[in-house]
Design a protein around this ligand. Structure first.
Ligand SMILES: C[S@@+](CC[C@H](N)C(=O)[O-])C[C@H]1O[C@@H](n2cnc3c(N)ncnc32)[C@H](O)[C@@H]1O
Length: 226
């Protein structure tokens, strides 16, 4: 994937914990795989807590300075779009567009400060769904925050099924948030994904999340091996 097609925008560990209903115990004890973590600070913050996350994203093909330049290129546009669509968001924990800018920029700065070291340590790996360069059962939980289902208009059902199959191969459990698209409609793939994995004998559940910023995006899909 070329850098010009990537929109780097990242959340922090506290947001990931709310999104996926993770406890501090989970953070320090579970082995996580983050699929499409981009410039979020989840990886570095968990690492600082003594926990374990490997993040994969095509963004990690690029150097720190290339990523900084790309963030600079897209940031104002994203914030303008949020401002223009203010009614589509819940302004509670994040109270304003300025506060949103602060939260996102801080998360991305934390990521950038850790990026080179994390790459050397194998915590940031240039890889893309639907293929994962890991052995079976490497992780406890594989996460997808704001990638699968959200981009259902760009990523078809087959991509979703292959990606989730691969995530379930390398991890015992998969959590995907949100289950709505960018237009706030429930993903057109969700029912078929659930039916498919149920038919293979996986436990699938839609679980309420503690996080809601995009209005209506407050549920995740959890899939587990029985
Ligand atoms: C909207 S961002 C979400 C970033 C982060 N997960 C968060 O919630 O803050 C989506 C990310 O998915 C990444 N991405 C796009 N296609 C991907 C693929 N096929 N496999 C893995 N990541 C991908 C993008 O590069 C981008 O960093």
């Amino acid at each position: 994937m070329e850098l010009k097609n990537i929109v780097p925008w990242g959340r922090n560990m506290q947001e990931y914990m709310q999104i996926f209903n993770l406890t501090h115990d989970d953070i320090v004890n579970k082995k996580f795989l983050g699929c499409g973590d981009g410039p979020s600070s989840f990886n570095t913050e968990v690492d600082c807590e003594g926990g374990s996350v490997v993040s994969i994203d095509p963004l990690y093909k690029y150097s720190k300075s290339e990523i900084i330049a790309r963030i600079d290129e897209v940031k104002d546009d994203i914030l303008e779009q949020v401002e223009a669509n203010k009614d589509s968001f819940v302004w509670k924990e994040i109270e304003s567009v300025e506060a949103l800018e602060n939260v996102r920029v801080n998360a991305m700065l934390e990521f950038l400060m850790d990026y080179n070291e994390g790459k050397e340590e194998g915590r940031y790996i240039d890889a893309s769904l639907p293929s994962l360069p890991f052995k079976d059962d490497t992780f406890d939980i594989a996460l997808s925050s704001h990638l699968l289902f959200l981009y259902s208009e760009h990523l078809d059902l087959e991509f979703h099924i292959k990606s989730i199959e691969e995530m379930l191969r390398v991890a015992k459990e998969v959590r995907i948030f949100p289950i709505v698209t960018l237009k706030n409609n429930r993903s057109p793939h969700i029912n078929e994904v659930i039916e498919y994995f149920k038919s293979l004998g996986f436990n699938t559940q839609i679980v309420k999340s503690k996080y809601e910023f995009q209005k209506g995006a407050n549920e995740m899909l959890v899939l587990k091996r029985l």
